[in-house]
Design a protein around this ligand. Structure first.
Ligand code: S3P
Length: 456
């Protein structure tokens, strides 16, 4: 269903070009998506003006920006990652005239559900076809326990209608799954609740919400796996320097690891310890990755990351690393397919409810490339092709509206004897605008074609 705010249909196809591409150079990938979303949300709820640099001008974070504008927040048009948010305070949002459209973005929908549950007005949150299939019961349940009133489509799917004017009460909530989005949703609702809201997580997940709330002068107490905050405080505007997204950097980490004679530096990459699982996993596989110039910007650790070609080996991925690399598995599956021996992933059933079912879609695509990859309920078993420079065959892949599937198969093209045609790569815009150009700039062979009127 096209709404007034939904972009016009337009499809992009990637065609990888065979050849001995060398991945080289020094690049900065776009800003961190998780931090970009939160910088708009917290900036809007703060008192004062928040200045953001390094903001991700991707569709997902732009949808968050548009939603807050629709609720009366003055936000400048982003220019080269610079954005200014004139905060309206915790109680300054206004009723939007239309449903809030968040496109493909689960982070926007789940975090905003927490904020909207505490408002005095009703709102409707809706997304694209992919998002409308994803589970929202995981946020509806705790918010309802807090006293929120939320109506959903069948099975706890979006659109969500969130009734305003409810008195929220604080809860102590144990997450049934390791999810930073659910944790953040409950904490953000907790800003509006009476009393102390606590969330306990079964395994560490990204902690940007806790760090950033603290940065905005809102105390969050951390005790082991539990984070707590008191409702009714105040956020104070600040400056935010968004580091480059480690989840986007991951495609170049894998590209440089699997391509011959590669040597690449990724600048100013966010190194938050709740996000660095991809580096740990690649290193366990034998990748040549070194960190340089470690520093801290606005409460987040950052470093330059250097990656050179390496002979990867298959491993059993430690389950403790799964939530710390949750978005990087599509790229890691490609690394595993190029490794010597077998890689086994378990404990990653969350991958089935991302922008696509990343276990099914990646196993299917790898099979088409001639890789023995077996999907399991909570992971995958991949028999690596070894260190041969041309490991994969030609194939036609549908990315199923999933940006990370599209980019992963573009990277796989570095080791293919033929072309890989990847359909519906327009969703790459959600997290990594300019990916194809940057990939070519580093030496990767990739043609991207615009096909109008065929969006998935
Ligand atoms: C995110 C949390 C993760 C991740 C998503 C961004 C966030 O989702 O996959 O891309 O910004 O909090 P889950 O919390 O559902 O694992």
């Amino acid at each position: 269903m096209n709404t007034a705010t939904e972009p016009a249909p337009m499809a992009v196809t990637y065609i990888t070009q065979p050849g001995r591409a060398k991945i080289q150079g020094s690049i900065r990938v776009p800003g961190d998506k998780s931090i970009s979303h939160r910088s708009i949300m917290l900036g809007a709820l703060a008192d004062g003006t928040t200045e953001i640099t390094g903001f991700l001008q991707g569709e997902d974070s732009l949808n968050t920006l548009r939603c807050f504008r629709a609720m009366g927040v003055e936000i400048t048009e982003p220019v080269e990652g610079r954005v200014r948010v004139n905060g309206v305070g915790l109680h300054g949002l206004k009723a939007p005239a239309h449903p809030l459209y968040v496109g493909n973005s689960g982070t926007s929908m789940r975090l905003m559900a927490g904020i909207l549950a505490g408002q005095s007005f009703d709102t409707v949150l809706e997304g694209d076809e992919s998002l409308s299939r994803r589970p929202m019961k995981r946020v509806i349940d705790p918010l309802t326990q807090m006293g929120a009133v939320i109506e959903s489509a069948e099975g706890g799917r979006s659109p969500l209608t969130i009734r305003g004017g409810q008195r929220l009460r604080a809860i102590e909530y144990t997450l049934p799954m390791a999810s930073a989005q659910v944790k953040s949703c409950v904490l953000l609702a907790g800003l509006y609740a009476e009393g102390k809201t606590c969330v306990t997580e079964p395994a560490p997940t990204r902690d940007h919400t806790e760090r950033m709330l603290t940065g905005f002068g809102y105390p969050v107490a951390r005790d082991g796996s539990t984070a707590c905050l008191d409702g009714g405080g105040q956020l104070i505007a600040r400056q935010i320097d968004v580091p480059a997204d480690i989840s986007s950097a991951a495609f170049f980490m894998v590209a440089a690891s699997i391509a011959p004679e590669a040597d690449i530096t990724l600048e100013h990459v966010g190194m938050n310890p709740t996000r660095t699982g991809v580096i740990d996993i690649l290193k366990l596989m034998g990748a040549d990755i070194t960190l340089h110039n470690p520093r801290e910007v606005g409460g987040e650790p950052v470093a330059d990351v250097k990656i050179r070609s390496a002979k990867l080996r298959g491993i059993d991925i430690p389950e403790a690393l799964v939530p710390l690399a949750i978005d990087e598995f599509p790229a890691l599956f490609v690394a595993a397919a190029c490794a010597e021996g077998r890689t086994v992933l378990t404990g990653a059933e969350e991958l089935r409810v991302k922008e696509s079912d990343r276990i099914a879609v990646m196993a299917d695509g790898l099979n088409k490339l001639g890789v023995e990859a077996t999907a399991t309920p909570d992971g995958m078993i991949i028999q690596g092709k070894g260190a041969n420079s041309q490991s994969f065959g030609s194939a036609e892949i549908w990315s199923q509206g999933d940006h990370r599937i599209a980019m992963s198969f573009a990277v796989a093209g570095l080791r293919s004897v033929g072309t890989i045609t990847i359909h519906n790569c327009e969703f790459v815009e959600t997290s990594f605008p300019g990916f194809a150009d940057l990939f070519r700039h580093c030496g990767g062979g990739l043609v991207d074609q615009l096909v109008t009127g065929e969006r998935a």
